[in-house]
Structure formats: C-alpha cells, structure tokens
Design a protein around this ligand. Structure first.
Ligand code: PXL
Length: 275
C-alpha cells in the first residue's frame, strides 16, 4: 500500500470532538500521513456551547503555505472542513493550485449548515465564497441543507427521490464532480448517503439513530477521506464511513452527559479492521 500524505484545513475546537481533533486521529488511523493547517483556534465548537473564544488564523495562512512551497512540499490530497472566513476560502483555493501533487485530489466538506440553517458564524457572503470552492473540488460532501445553500434549492424536511435527484442535478449543473450527499432518508428509521461518481448515482441506506449528534459530519467526512485515500471507490468509502459513524453514535447515545460530540475513539478498532 502506497504511503499517502494529506493536508487537512479546518479549525481546532480544543474541546468538542469536531474538526481537526477528529480528522487528525481518524486519518492517522487510516494509515495516512496527516498534515494540518488550523484555520482558527476555538475553546470549543459553536454548536451548543456559549461564550467560546476564537483566535482567527487567516493571516497566518499565506506565510505557512509559502514556506511549504519553498520546501517543495506537495500533498496527495487536500481536504477542507469548517473554515473561518471568506478570505480563508481564497487562500485555500491558492493552496489547491500550488501545493497539490500531480494527480492529487481535492475534497471539500462545505461544513456551514445543518437542519435547514447556517451555523452561527456564517452569512450569505460566506455561502457565495463556499460555492466557488466546492464547485472547484474533485469531491464534495454536503448534507441536504448545505446542498440547498450551494444550489439555491428550498430546504425541505420531508422529500422524495425526485427532490434529491433535482438537488444532485443542480449541484452538477453548477460544476460539482463527485458528490457524497449525506443524511438522505426516505423511510422511517432509515437514513443514508447518495453517491454520485462519474455520472452514476447509487444509494447506501442504513439505520437512523434518532439522537442527532454534533461532530458526526466531521467523523463521516474524515472516515470517507481515509478510506478513499486507501484506494476504496467513492461508494465503498461512503459506505464504510457510514457504518463507522453509526457505530460512533451507538457508542455515545446512552451517555446524556456526552451531548457535544461522539466517542469516535472507541470505534477506531472497528474502523481500522474495516479498511
Ligand atoms: O463541523 C462542525 C464544526 C466545526 N468547527 C466548529 C463548529 C462546528 C459546528 O458547529 O462550530 C468551530
């Protein structure tokens, strides 16, 4: 197995089991050298905690990227998650252009919204900037809310296959290539993921655990990227990541004090075995 090197760009939420504190261990567990570029440092994530601190690192990014360029450092993949500002999105585009190895892959998780709403830190200007990044990437992993913001489609809590198909058509028209659309469920007790890979669409349905958990989007995207970089097809990586994420939720759901994230560490042995 070829040893791969990836760069992941997202924030450090020091407490809260999301973004880099999830991506780094999961990608490392997948056997991939993982370099990081923190977009910001927060005391906690912003979904449920109040009074968190934020240190924005936007202005550090150009010098870090220039140093790597001078050292001739290149990455087999660049994977972005929660980003701090529209300016950062421009810097990320520059990193895609300059620091990706030949044949390297760009993966964008447009982590900006859920349940029909943007996260507190974002606005319409951020959505417009995210569109330009997402539609330039090889792979995107939006949930339905994010896909709606990216396409202008109205968000619906209940929907059918025609709605999802239209959402994917609109993403494709706007320039999306491979799409992993998460959180798509058509039946009671079930959810799943639609994978659009080279024009072909497939659906993986799995158990839906009633309890919604913070950070599962980051767990899912990181596991997907790890499996994909290990040579799995987009569909196989999407399926494996879904099974891992469900297991993480199962291992967390009985502990009400653990509301802020999932105990993803406890399911890493099963994730590694599934690779
Ligand atoms: O991907 C979720 C996430 C990451 N980072 C920060 C967040 C959130 C979700 O709210 O607040 C800082």
């Amino acid at each position: 197995m070829e040893y791969k090197k990836i760069l992941t760009i997202q924030d450090i939420s020091c407490v809260g089991q999301c973004s880099l504190t999830v991506a780094l261990p999961i990608l490392s567990a997948a056997g991939i050298e993982t370099c990081i570029l923190p977009s910001a440092v927060l005391s906690t994530h912003t979904a449920g905690f109040t009074g968190y601190t934020v240190r924005d690192l936007t202005d550090d990014i150009p010098a870090i990227a220039a140093h790597w360029n001078k050292e001739n450092i290149r990455f087999d993949a660049v994977y972005t998650g929660y980003l701090g500002s529209t300016k950062q999105i421009d810097y990320v585009k520059d990193i895609f252009a300059k620091l990706l190895a030949d044949g390297g892959v760009t993966v964008v998780d447009p982590a900006m919204a859920d349940n029909g709403k943007l996260y507190p830190a974002f606005d319409g200007e951020y959505v417009e900037a995210m569109k330009t990044l997402a539609f330039s990437a090889d792979i995107i992993l939006p949930n339905i809310t994010e896909a709606c913001f990216l396409t202008g489609m109205p968000y619906r809590e209940t929907y059918d296959e025609a709605y999802i198909s239209e959402l994917l058509d609109k993403l494709t028209e706007a320039g999306a290539k491979t799409v992993i659309l998460t959180g798509v469920g058509y039946r009671e007790g079930k959810t799943g993921v639609v994978v659009q890979d080279h024009g072909e669409r497939s659906y993986y349905e799995h158990r839906r655990i009633a309890k919604g958990c913070h950070g599962t989007g980051d767990v899912y995207a990181s596991a997907f990227v790890g499996a994909f970089m290990r040579g799995r097809s987009a569909y196989d990586a999407a399926k494996l990541a879904a099974d891992y994420t469900v297991l993480c939720i199962e291992k967390t759901q009985d502990d009400p004090s653990h509301w802020y994230g999932v105990k993803f560490e406890t399911a890493l042995p099963e994730f590694i075995a599934s690779l």
